[in-house]
Ligand binder design. Sequence first.
Ligand code: FAD
Length: 385
Amino acid sequence: MIRRRIFESEHEMFRTSVGRWADDVLVPHREEWLAAGSVSREAWKSAGENGFLCMWAGEEYGGAGMSDYRFDQILIEEITWREPGFFIHLHNRVIGPYLGKFATAEQKGRFMPGIVSGDTILAIGITEPGAGSDVAGLRCFAEEKVDHWVLNGTKTYISNGLLADLVVVAARTDRDNPYSMGLFLVERGMEGFSRGSGLKKLGLKSQDTAELFFDNVKVPKENVLGDPAKAFKYMMVGLAEERLTGAVSYVARAERAFAITLDYITERKAFGRPIGTFQNSRFKMAEMRTRIDACWAFVDHCTLEHLDGELSAETAAQAKLLTSETEGQVVDDCLQLHGGAGYMDEYEISRLYADARISRIYAGTSEIMKEIIGRNLGLDERRKG
Ligand SMILES: Cc1cc2nc3c(=O)[nH]c(=O)nc-3n(C[C@H](O)[C@H](O)[C@H](O)COP(=O)(O)OP(=O)(O)OC[C@H]3O[C@@H](n4cnc5c(N)ncnc54)[C@H](O)[C@@H]3O)c2cc1C
């Protein structure tokens, strides 16, 4: 692995303590959570007690006031392969920041302490049965009344959907303008808010992914985040960090796949010798090592850009595209090097393989990443002719 140059000694100390915590608190429960289709609330509480939730939040809310993204990067790198269903990164660096940036002081006072302690687990509802990549195609609608909004619609594939206590829901607020949207803070127990059972899926089986239903939910005006016509813009603001956050997890899982495969091919023998000594195995491992190192270099560059407030949507899209495609190639090659064992649930590579398939789809598909990157090259379809 290449030498990574963006971390100081305090980051490395933090890495050691997160790794120990994850080994003690997450790893022993993996089988139980896979069967349950969800991690436990206790895991979230423990993360809160150890100060791992929304570390950027101010001390007045129980946070550490630590905005240095590298600490979150380490958290993701250490947790994502130990328990892929524990979406701490979604809570900390995708949804939490919406409150950090757009909530009023009163809203922060009401919600942030629970978000930091792990009592309030977050989810975000953008995708609908009829609209995913095309956010302007949302149907979920919120109608303004005197002191509240009435929310109607369905969201699907929502991560943390069953555990969530607070869901940030994107809904249209003007029937004539698809870009006029609001973000509504829907709380567990609000009348008219219900959830389907957990969705069965190919991988990430300990992640509770669910459908959410809103049937005339009365959302008080105090639960609207920012301007109810500007959510589209707000969502664009957070995308660079969201994609970098995804990218970190994809490389970390590719790294794990590489490590366990190196061990496997060193031990496993065929034709009287370790399979790692065949030229094909050596070449495959060499290719993967090179690709993963290139990903780390690019991700770390993006982190530095982000620390300077300079990470562009296009560069973050490149990071997401590169790392998710690399993860996909790496887990496939690693599974192949495991032979039949790689197809068995009891071997970690089979789970890494299944878990990896979604990385090229959620948080914006590879095709949408290419659109964003291509548009920045001046190759916008609207300029044809
Ligand atoms: C496990 C899981 C967890 C998720 N978690 C969440 C969550 O927490 N919150 C949330 O809101 N959503 C979540 N999602 C939804 C996810 O973000 C969407 O699935 C994703 O954005 C793709 O949308 P879609 O599924 O509607 O696919 P579609 O938009 O229907 O796309 C289908 C195919 O068409 C392609 N395509 C679409 N538009 C174009 C175009 N312009 N050019 C070229 N190709 C195009 C896509 O790339 C894709 O290959 C999750 C999904 C999964 C599976």
